[in-house]
Write a protein that binds this ligand. Structure first.
Ligand SMILES: [Zn+2]
Length: 199
């Protein structure tokens, strides 16, 4: 029995479509832009509860929203406790937004918390839940719960965006790459890998 020509055409188109999707996914996942050479000697705590494991869904220089930005996105459901990666004092925060999504207009809708570390750098915790800032002034200690994660601002899925900055702008060299203590030792984090915070 002959295969209907329409079916053959459909299959060819489907194959081309799948190849394009595959290529785009691979490109976005593995390709990344140049980021700063700054590297902090300090060893940070993963910004979630001890014993928890979360996957990095966008790493340094990621094409979606980290172009030239040394920031890490950890996938986590809305409401997941966020813990301080390093001690410091609350510098600024916002937690009155409940809007998030894809598009430029969402950029200014993110809830966040910024902690000023003792060396003058800033720990930035972004996309927090509505009313998700738990500590709004004073000192926070490394490992302490400080916020609840969310999906506010420019996001495609709920996650925590974490970065450390030396200056509060988006210049490439205002950022610092950071080493984390993980269940598999002290390391820089890679896109696509899941990391467990040791007890
Ligand atoms: Zn991010």
């Amino acid at each position: 029995m002959a295969i209907p020509r329409r079916l053959v055409r459909f299959c060819k188109r489907l194959l081309v479509f799948l190849l394009v999707v595959f290529t785009v996914v691979i490109f976005f996942f593995f390709y990344h832009n140049k980021v700063t050479g700054n590297l902090d000697e300090y060893v940070y705590e993963l910004p979630f509860a001890a014993g928890d494991r979360h996957r990095v869904v966008q790493g340094y220089g990621g094409l979606f929203s980290h172009s030239h930005i040394a920031a890490i996105d950890f996938a986590m459901p809305v409401g997941t406790p966020v813990h301080a990666a390093r001690s410091g004092t609350v510098f600024s925060f916002r937690d009155d937004s409940d809007e998030g999504g894809v598009g430029e207009s969402y950029k200014r809708k993110a809830n966040y918390l910024m902690i000023r570390h003792d060396d003058g750098s800033f720990g930035c915790y972004w996309h927090l839940a509505l009313n998700g800032v738990l500590v709004k002034k004073g000192r926070v200690e490394k490992g302490q719960p400080i916020a609840l994660s969310g999906a506010t601002g420019l996001v495609v899925r709920p996650h925590l965006h974490f970065s450390v900055k030396r200056r509060l702008n988006y210049d490439m060299d205002s950022f610092v790459r950071t080493i984390f203590r993980t269940a598999k030792g002290e390391q820089l984090l890679l896109n696509g890998r899941a990391y467990k915070r040791p007890e």
